[in-house]
Design a protein around this ligand. Structure first.
Ligand code: G3I
Length: 383
C-alpha cells in the first residue's frame, strides 16, 4: 500500500514538474516582453536561489532579469550577533544572480524590523549612544555592501522610515542617532560602493500625506548632497487601492525630483482585510479567521478576472511612465511563496502573483503581457 502511494505521489510530482516545464516553454517571457521598457524582477526565497525549487527556478530564469533577496540580506539574517556575519545564504543568492546574468538588488541595510536587539544595546543592556550606533551602522554597511561590491547593482539603503502621516517613524535608529540617520546610511553605502545605486524604499507612498513626507525627506537629502539614486514604491496593493491616479501622481512626484522610480515588491492582495490598513506594516497582525480566508480551493473566475484587470490597470500606468520607472519587481514568484499567505493573518490562502501554486500562469500574467504589447506598439508609433 505504502509503495503504491509513494509511486502515486512521485508520479504526481513528476506530472507537476512536466506541466510546469511545458508551461515555461510555451509562454512568452515577461522579461523579453518588457525589454527596453523596464526590468522585470522577483524576490527570491532560499528554496529558489539554492535550486531546490526546480519548477520555480525554471520560471525565474525564463521570466525575470532582476532578483532581490526576500530575506537573506536582512540584518538579523546576515549579522545576527556582534562580530558574527553569516554570509553563506547571501553568497548563494548573489551567485544565482551572477550565474544567470541578472541585475541583483540588495534588500535592505537599515530597517526597524529584523534588526537584532543587540544593535541598540550595550553589554549591560543599557541603550547605546549616537556615536556607538553610527559606528555599528557604518561597520555593517561597509562589510555587507563591500562584500558584494560590483555584483549587487542597487541597495534598498533605508526601508520604511516614514509613518502614514509623512513624519519620520519613531524607531531606535531615529531615537538614538537623530534625524540624520538616513543621510548617514546613504553616505556609508556610497563610501562602501561608489558605483552602487542607492534607494529609499517604502510602502503606501501612493497616499498623499506619506508621499509628501517622502518628497520633503528626499529634497532635504538632495540639498545636502546625499547620493540617492531612486525611490522604491513597494507596491503591496489590493484590488481597489491605490487608484491609477494615485499611482501616476506618485511616480511623477519622485521622478520630478530627478530620481529613478521602481516598483520593488509588487503583489495584489485578493483576500478580505480585517480592517482599513492598506500598507504592509508587519506590526499589524490578527488571529486566523476562516471567514477571511474564502479562496482555499482556488480563486473563483470572477475574482481571477478582477485580479487580471487590476494588474492590467497597474501596468498601463507603469508603461505610460516608463521614462521614469526602471524596474518592476514582484514580491515572490508563485502564490505558494507569498508572504500574504501569513500576513496579516496566519494560515490563509492568498493569490497575489502572476503564477499560481502549480507554477502555472494566471489570467493576470496574460493581462500583463498585453500591457507590454501595447507599450511596444505605442513606442513604435512615436518612432
Ligand atoms: O511565520 C511564518 C509562518 O507563519 C509561515 O508559515 C512560514 C512560511 O514559510 O514562514 C514564516 O516565517 C517568516 C519568514 O520570514 C518566512 O520566510 C517570519 O515569520 C517572518 O518574520 C519573515 O517574514 C518576512 C518579513 O519581510 C520580515 O522579514 C517575509 O518573508 C518577507 O516577505 C517580508 O518582506 C517585507 C520586506 O522585507 C519589506 N517590505 C514589506 C515586506 C512584506 O512584509
Amino acid at each position: 500500500m505504502r509503495l503504491i502511494w509513494s509511486f502515486r505521489s512521485r508520479a504526481a510530482v513528476a506530472a507537476l514538474a512536466l506541466s510546469a516545464a511545458l508551461t515555461v516553454c510555451a509562454q512568452p517571457a515577461l522579461k523579453d516582453a518588457f525589454e527596453g521598457v523596464f526590468l522585470i524582477g522577483a524576490a527570491l526565497n532560499e528554496a529558489q536561489f539554492t535550486g531546490r525549487d526546480t519548477n520555480a527556478v525554471a520560471l525565474i530564469k525564463t521570466h525575470f532579469n532582476s532578483v532581490t533577496a526576500e530575506n537573506v540580506l536582512k540584518w538579523q539574517r546576515i549579522h545576527p550577533e556582534p562580530g558574527v556575519y553569516e554570509f553563506e545564504l547571501a553568497d548563494k543568492f548573489v551567485e544565482f544572480g551572477v550565474q544567470n546574468g541578472m541585475v541583483i538588488i540588495g534588500h535592505t541595510l537599515v530597517w526597524h524590523h529584523q534588526t537584532p536587539r543587540w544593535v541598540f544595546r550595550n553589554e549591560d543592556g543599557s541603550q547605546v549612544d549616537r556615536d556607538t550606533l553610527l559606528a555599528r551602522m557604518r561597520e555593517h554597511i561597509h562589510t555587507v555592501v563591500g562584500r558584494y561590491k560590483g555584483r549587487i547593482k542597487g541597495w534598498d539603503v533605508v526601508n520604511e522610515a516614514l509613518d502614514e502621516d509623512g513624519r519620520l517613524r519613531q524607531t531606535p535608529w531615529l531615537r538614538i542617532i537623530g534625524d540624520d540617520y538616513i543621510a548617514k546610511a546613504f553616505e556609508f553605502a556610497h563610501e562602501a560602493d561608489p558605483e552602487a545605486e542607492l534607494y529609499y524604499n517604502d510602502f503606501s507612498l501612493e497616499n498623499k500625506p506619506k508621499r509628501d513626507g517622502a518628497v520633503a525627506l528626499i529634497k532635504r537629502l538632495k540639498a545636502q548632497g546625499i547620493p540617492i539614486t531612486g525611490v522604491g514604491l513597494q507596491g503591496h496593493y489590493t484590488l481597489n487601492w491605490p487608484s491609477k491616479k494615485q499611482l501616476a501622481e506618485t511616480i511623477r512626484a519622485f521622478s520630478e525630483l530627478g530620481l529613478k522610480v521602481m516598483i520593488t515588491e509588487l503583489d495584489v492582495d485578493v483576500l478580505p482585510r480585517a480592517d482599513a490598513h492598506r500598507g504592509a506594516d508587519l506590526m499589524v497582525r490578527y488571529q486566523h479567521d476562516p471567514k477571511l480566508n474564502p479562496y482555499t480551493a482556488g480563486l473563483p473566475d470572477s475574482v481571477q478576472r478582477k485580479l487580471a484587470k487590476r494588474y492590467a490597470d497597474i501596468f498601463d500606468v507603469l508603461v505610460r511612465h516608463s521614462d521614469a520607472v526602471t524596474r518592476v519587481t514582484f514580491w515572490g514568484v508563485t502564490d505558494r511563496d507569498s508572504w500574504l499567505n501569513y500576513w496579516p493573518m496566519p494560515g490563509r490562502t492568498n493569490h497575489p502573483l502572476l503564477f499560481d501554486r502549480h507554477y502555472q500562469p494566471k489570467p493576470a500574467f496574460y493581462a500583463v503581457l498585453t500591457s507590454a504589447e501595447k507599450a511596444k506598439k505605442s513606442a513604435n508609433k512615436t518612432r
